[in-house]
Design a protein around this ligand. Structure first.
Ligand code: BV8
Length: 233
């Protein structure tokens, strides 16, 4: 990539999913034993589930936030950080992941379209705060002091963040690369069609064929920690 296609490629959009963090020890959603096997989506990743049983949801996210302390970015995260530093064109890194491994791997500009474990959203004053602690004991919002914090993550039925910026980048990119995602969740799963419709080249790097593999010009199968550094080289 950095030596090869560099000349023709001026704008890249990269979308990552849980698969890029799998080799860092972070559970994916749909692989065997994954998060959705341990919990019903409706119970832990919807506003209705949070209203029904807030402690179950807060505990689900507290556990995942705590697990970050034992996870380290892998070669795939580092390779994307190198691409950001060395690619002379425009790069937008969009992640569906709520972990902070892209940042800890050296990426300076990451668009978390589904929010972040280390961010808290107050349902009273609607401000966001950086958050490392647990929420199960309903701590007060740092701004309005009300005990109404929730994980700052986008649940099913909620609007992902910065969609306008993402679609604007998809409209003008030359290359769209999807890494470590099953292509099961929209609107992210539709980005490849949008990019392709508007003339971009599309590449998928994934452990196994995804639900959208047929939509990519090229799919390479294997672990992200090998495929991504090879592609960036
Ligand atoms: C919305 C929360 C609209 C945080 C998540 C059509 C259009 C629009 C919406 C819909 C639509 N059809 C249905 C919908 C509704 C819904 C949806 O898509 N449902 C699905 C189930 C059909 N979408 C929504 O509700 C979205 N909101 O559309 O709003 C709207 C409009 C107006 C007004 C209001 C709203 C919101 C979706 C966000 C949900 N939140 N997460 C959290 O808990 O983390 S989704 C969750 O699953 C993740 O965030 C992630 O985004 C998503 C997909 O997971 P993946 O990242 O792909 O992980 P997965 O385990 O599935 O796959 C891992 C892959 O990695 C596998 O392919 C595997 O092979 C690979 N892999 C594994 N190991 C490796 C590897 N690859 C490489 N190397 C390895 N080592």
């Amino acid at each position: 990539m950095l030596e090869g296609l560099m000349a023709e490629i001026e704008r890249i959009v990269i979308l990552t999913g849980a698969g890029i963090s799998a080799e860092s020890g972070i559970d994916t959603f749909r692989s065997a034993g994954g998060l959705w096997e341990q919990h019903r989506v409706e119970d832990v990743a919807t506003p209705e589930g949070f209203a029904r049983n807030p402690n179950l949801v807060l505990n689900f996210y507290d556990m995942r936030r705590a697990a970050l302390a034992h996870a380290a970015p892998n070669a795939a995260h580092m390779a994307l950080a190198r691409l950001e530093r060395e690619f002379s064109g425009e790069l937008l890194l969009v992640t569906q992941n709520v972990d902070d491994l892209h940042e800890r791997g050296g990426s300076a500009s990451v668009l978390h379209m589904h929010g972040e474990l280390k961010s808290a959203l107050c349902t009273s004053c609607e401000t966001r705060s950086r958050w490392e602690a647990t929420m199960i004991d309903r701590p007060p919002c740092p701004v309005c002091r009300a005990p109404t914090l929730r994980p700052d993550v986008v649940w099913f039925g909620e609007m992902p963040y910065q969609m306008g910026r993402i679609y604007q980048a998809l409209e003008t990119c030359d290359l769209f690369v999807s890494i470590g995602t099953s292509g099961a969740v929209y609107p992210a799963a539709g980005f490849v069609q949008e990019a392709r419709r508007l003339g971009a080249r599309t590449l998928e790097l994934n452990l196994e064929p995804s639900e959208g593999s047929r939509l990519f010009h090229e799919t390479r199968l294997g672990p992200a920690s090998r495929l991504v550094p090879e592609w960036v080289e």
